[in-house]
Design a protein around this ligand. Structure first.
Ligand SMILES: Nc1nc2c(ncn2[C@@H]2O[C@H](COP(=O)(O)OP(=O)(O)O)[C@@H](O)[C@H]2O)c(=O)[nH]1
Ligand SMILES: [Mg+2]
Ligand SMILES: [Zn+2]
Length: 363
């Protein structure tokens, strides 16, 4: 299962609109023309094999969205070349730290952070990845606190190609606004992706259960809604593995078990390590009475819990007038343990294979 396979005409569930679509096999791909700022149709069937492969790898198809209920969206032309695409969503209250965590996570994955697990990462959707870098990764590296996510986002944040011992899988990440995750509107477009999600990272900011982070009236509400939406399909309790990331753990750096997990080196998959970390995080959330944040653990068959820090410290208001209103990580960013939830998800979905992976997230 390691080589990509091509099977035109196969049924694929679009990660964006969650419709089942017949993958177009007319040999045409859309290529984005940077000069004209639009997609142009290219008849790839008429090209030499090498050129066709190149055009497909950088090209797109337009999703036919049979239900006609979403804005026009495009998918990488090679999306359907791989079996079992993975759709990973981040769920959490507004300001929980989802966007910073996803940015730190994708950045580390790109920097070869998954190599100890035999996994490498490339962009599947080049345009989307370039946008993600421009909007999130580069500002984050410069120490700029990232802006809040706008309500109404329906597009994936990034689509990666993850090549691991268990095969090659496209991994689509969704990071929508916390406000949308708290919306009870049944057909909210921003949370539509949950219908097709095969893994979820629940993000809990470590101070949420006390003072509550800005905007979070009930920090557990987004978890509760997402859990219930996912369990609308009862098999999901078994089919969908989840990870709970307690982020901003830098604020508790000196609390004994936290420090140890933030500094834990990444050297190959160890199910016992994940079990011990999960036990410590569970105890921590339980002591704090964060009942809502323990819901995913109770609801899903496979779940791991982690202490993470995306930035390594708090942002403070920028002082130069030019950057007014902007927050900065003045000492730069130092992400800690941010890959742990992703590694756990990759193990629980079989991208990282083997007997050790088979034990991750089980009691
Ligand atoms: N101390 C600390 N602050 C963080 C961390 N991650 C995010 N923040 C802060 O938390 C706030 C919300 O982060 P954001 O990622 O936008 O949350 P989202 O609404 O869940 O996407 C921002 O002000 C960040 O500066 C972290 O790891 N540590
Ligand atoms: Mg956000
Ligand atoms: Zn679609």
């Amino acid at each position: 299962m390691t080589a990509p396979f091509q099977q035109p005409g196969r049924l694929v569930r679009c990660p964006v609109c969650a419709d089942e679509i017949v993958w177009p096999d007319d040999g045409k791909v859309l290529v984005f023309d940077e000069g004209k700022r639009r997609y142009e149709t290219l008849d790839a069937a008429r090209l030499s094999e090498a050129k066709r492969a190149g055009a497909r790898r950088g090209g797109y198809i337009r999703c036919p969205n049979p239900a006609g209920d979403m804005a026009v969206h495009y998918l990488p032309a090679t999306y359907a070349d791989y079996r079992d695409p993975l759709i990973v969503g981040l769920v959490g209250a507004p300001m929980a730290g989802k966007t910073h965590l996803l940015t730190a996570m994708i950045r580390e994955a790109y920097r070869g952070g998954l190599a100890p697990y035999g996994v490498n990462t490339a962009a599947l959707d080049f345009r989307r990845h370039d946008d993600f870098n421009e909007q999130f990764v580069r500002p984050f590296e410069r120490g700029t606190a990232l802006a809040g996510t706008d309500s109404g986002v329906t597009e994936a944040a990034d689509i990666l190609l993850v090549r691991g011992p268990g095969g090659h899988r496209p991994v689509t990440f969704f990071d929508v606004a916390g406000e949308d995750l708290e919306s009870t509107e049944a057909m909210n477009r921003s949370t539509r992706y949950l219908l097709g999600a095969n893994a979820v990272i629940f993000v809990h900011a470590c101070e949420d259960d006390d003072a509550g982070s800005a905007g979070a009236v009930n920090p557990g509400w987004s978890f509760e809604l997402a859990v219930e939406r996912l369990l609308g399909v009862p098999e999901n309790a078994v089919r969908v593995p989840v990870a709970v990331a307690v982020t901003k753990s830098d604020r508790m750096r000196y609390v004994p078990p936290v420090e140890q997990w933030l500094r834990a080196p990444a050297d190959g998959l160890d199910a016992a390590r994940f079990r011990d970390e999960s036990r410590d995080v569970y105890a921590f959330l339980h002591r704090r009475g964060a009942v809502g944040s323990l819901r995913p653990f109770e609801a899903f068959h496979r779940c791991t819990l982690h202490f993470v820090s995306a930035s390594g410290g708090d942002a403070s208001p920028a002082d130069s007038s030019k950057e007014q209103g902007e927050q900065r990580f003045v000492r730069g960013v130092r992400p800690a343990n941010v890959l742990a939830p992703l590694v756990a998800i990759l193990a629980m979905t079989g991208v990282i294979a083997g007997p050790e992976a088979g034990k991750v997230g089980l009691p």
